[in-house]
Design a protein around this ligand. Structure first.
Ligand SMILES: Cc1cc2nc3c(=O)[nH]c(=O)nc-3n(C[C@H](O)[C@H](O)[C@H](O)COP(=O)(O)O)c2cc1C
Length: 357
């Protein structure tokens, strides 16, 4: 099999069957109104990528907490009122045979909550360099409310016809990653200290999502396999963490690296850094888990994408800017393989891929 052919093999993520191994990584457009619902502009944006042949679309970060939106004009899965708009998005993506996951991103300490007259919340009171504010340490008895918000958001995603949740827990950014990271989590209670303590919020959140949305609703967890900042999570720790997250119900792991804001040029790698720069980290995580591992970070040519899969470093590739630049990247890539496919323009909820050779 040629390396490029690997891209167009189907893959199962839990109960979700994806037609190929190309995922669109979350890309915040800030095209949502402040009430969090999906606009027609967003539907058109994602539908173009589905028509362009991508297997799985992860739509941009949606906060589960209306008190703490991700940022201005961002999605929110905090109310049943938004469900019909997410359903229109899911229908549009499904009509082209692609699958849709919603990214749940609680901004935590990185929130711009002052927009609502609130202080950002986090594991500990820390000055957050992304917004210049000091976060408020969540009291132990407040954590249950946050956990329940994630569960309700997952239920809404499923009711809207979305296929999976993509859980943001990477880059020492946002609430979940801030609990995971020793850079930000200075707690002495059950949600801090050891790795098991720092991961407890993520585990509780996944249990809540399973309870409200069903155990069979896939959860993809986005992680930094190495924060690459002194005192942060390193690969050694994440190699121990990854199997525990799988045991707690993760259906797949997406591997990124770096921490914000120190390494913003690593999280969204600068032009000029190596292509596929996280693939070795992904291979290390793949060696310790038995669920699909997805890798993100400067994957923008069919050759590098196919090579990563052919080498067995990851099971799926995730791309943000390549698909922003060219919605038809997958269809164009498929033209140079032996298993090229076309996407039927027919609007149907069934997967509409035709093998052309
Ligand atoms: C404009 C823009 C918006 C982004 N928004 C999000 C987001 O909402 N959630 C997230 O986890 N990552 C977000 N990212 C990071 C991407 O998902 C991805 O990890 C990063 O861009 C590296 O992939 P790439 O080299 O394929 O672009 C964003 C990146 C860009 C460029």
């Amino acid at each position: 099999m040629k390396p490029l052919d690997h891209l167009f093999r189907p893959i199962d993520i839990g109960t979700m069957e994806v037609r190929n191994r190309i995922m669109m990584a979350p890309l915040s457009t800030h095209w949502a109104p402040d009430d969090g619902h999906v606009t027609q502009q967003l539907i058109d944006f994602y539908e173009a990528r589905a028509a362009g042949g991508v297997g799985l679309i992860v739509c941009e970060g949606a906060s589960p907490d209306c008190d703490h939106p991700y940022w201005k004009r961002s999605l929110g899965l905090w109310s049943d009122d938004v469900v019909p708009s997410f359903r229109r998005l899911a229908d549009a993506v499904h009509a082209h045979g692609a699958k849709l996951a919603v990214q749940l991103l609680h901004p935590g300490p990185d929130a711009h909550s002052h927009l609502k007259g609130l202080r950002p919340i986090g594991p500990s009171a820390i000055r957050c360099k992304t917004n210049g504010q000091i976060s408020r340490e969540l009291a132990a008895d407040e954590i249950g409310r946050i956990v329940a918000l994630f569960g309700e958001a997952a239920r809404r995603a499923r009711e809207a016809g979305c296929d999976a949740i993509h859980l943001h827990a990477a880059h020492a950014y946002g609430l979940l990653a801030s609990f995971l990271s020793p850079l930000r989590n200075k707690r002495a209670d059950a949600y801090g200290g050891s790795m098991e303590g720092r991961m407890k919020l993520v585990v509780d959140v996944m249990a809540s999502m399973h309870e409200r949305a069903g155990r069979d609703f896939p959860i993809i967890v986005r992680l930094s396999a190495d924060e690459i900042v002194a005192g942060g999570q390193d690969l050694r720790e994440v190699e121990m963490l990854a199997p525990l997250l799988v045991a707690a119900g993760a259906s797949a792991l997406e591997v990124s690296a770096g921490a914000l804001p120190e390494l913003d040029g690593r999280v969204i790698p600068y032009t000029g850094t190596a292509l596929g720069l996280n693939s070795r980290l992904a291979a290390a995580i793949k060696a310790v888990v038995d669920v699909p591992v997805i890798v993100v970070g400067r994957i923008n040519t069919p050759q590098i994408a196919g090579d990563i899969l052919a080498r067995g470093q990851a099971d799926m590739v995730s791309m943000a800017r390549a698909l922003l630049a060219d919605p038809a990247w997958p269809l164009k890539a498929s033209r140079s393989t032996t298993t090229a496919f076309t996407v039927s323009p027919r609007r149907s909820s069934r997967a509409a891929i035709t093998q052309t050779s």
